[in-house]
Design a binder for this molecule. Structure first.
Ligand code: GLU
Length: 295
């Protein structure tokens, strides 16, 4: 998909300016080398894996690279932008780390659990809904945001107004997502599974499928990129609670991550991250959700 990136680029540029104004932008590398615009905890008291990460002074975070507003990295961008990378910087700050300590790794929906199981990344922050099945094999702290599944259709299509209109329609979503399972199992759609949502949006714009389905927060980003061609329709028909994934080998990370998320709710960093990213595509932050207790 060719993104009309002006809007999101403007948001990213504003973020860089904000960071530069803080006075610690590196000489090269733009915001990759800049000071964290969120709280950076001095000498944090940490245990287990969190203490190891702080000590190592680096962390690998898996985020999406093709979801405007959530996690996006264009070919010429140094670092990804969007709500999830902002959450990554917030978590890094709670470890006492600046953004240049973060190695951003592209995650797609289907490789999030393997990435955590194999240690490819330390955390997954990638529109990653908390589910019982996923919690059998990886840790998921949070939620830090709640959205719901919706539909993206062509702007001139009035035949689909909600999930009940999907029976027999060709609907694109991503393999390994909650979205594709819901639409097939509960609404009788004919699913087309791809690796990424941007491929699905291509399928929609070239007329190969009737709709794309996934979380409203993701679809709003695509619609904002191309409002003449695409629109989000209907009410949310699932609850998607975004969590931060970590390895099941480090269960103590749950307390650290929940604490870091709650700090961000309380100190304004969460709202600041939302306002700089998802709200630009029409999302509403609302009240922060309650995090699940750790086991
Ligand atoms: N939040 C849903 C999930 O985790 C859909 C979005 C995605 O695939 O990233 O499966």
């Amino acid at each position: 998909m060719k993104f009309r990136t002006a809007r999101w680029a403007a948001v990213a540029a504003a973020a860089v300016l904000t960071v530069s104004a803080c006075g610690d932008a590196g000489e090269e590398g733009g915001d990759a080398a800049a000071a964290n615009e969120y709280e950076v905890v001095d000498s944090p008291e940490l245990e287990g894996r969190a203490a190891e990460l702080a000590e190592a002074g680096k962390i690998k975070i898996g985020v999406k690279f093709d979801q405007p507003g959530i996690g996006f990295k264009g070919a010429t961008d140094d670092v990804p932008t969007g709500f999830d990378p902002e959450m990554g910087k917030i978590i890094a700050g709670q470890l006492g780390l600046e953004p240049d300590a973060i190695e951003w790794v592209e995650a797609i929906s289907d490789n999030r659990e393997p990435f955590l199981q194999q240690g490819t990344v330390d955390l997954v922050i990638a529109s990653y809904s908390i589910t019982d099945e996923r919690r059998q094999i990886v840790g998921q702290a949070g939620p830090y945001y709640v959205t719901g599944q919706q539909l993206l259709v062509a702007a001139d299509d009035d035949s689909i107004a909600g999930p009940d209109d999907l029976k027999g329609k060709k609907v694109c979503s991503v393999t390994g997502s909650t979205s594709i399972a819901t639409v097939e199992e509960e609404y009788g759609a004919d699913p087309a599974g791809f690796d990424t949502y941007s491929e699905c949006v291509d399928q929609l714009t070239n007329g190969s499928v009737d709709a794309v389905t996934t979380d409203g927060a993701i679809l709003l980003g695509y619609a904002a990129e191309d409002p003449d061609a695409l629109k989000v329709v209907g009410e949310p028909f699932s609850e998607e609670r975004y969590g931060i994934g970590y390895s099941a080998d480090s269960p103590e990370m749950c307390e650290f991550l929940n604490g870091a998320i709650e700090n961000a709710f309380e100190n304004g960093d969460w709202k600041k991250a939302f306002d700089a990213t998802l709200s630009e595509g029409g999302g509403e932050a609302g009240e922060p959700p309650a995090v699940d207790p750790c086991e």
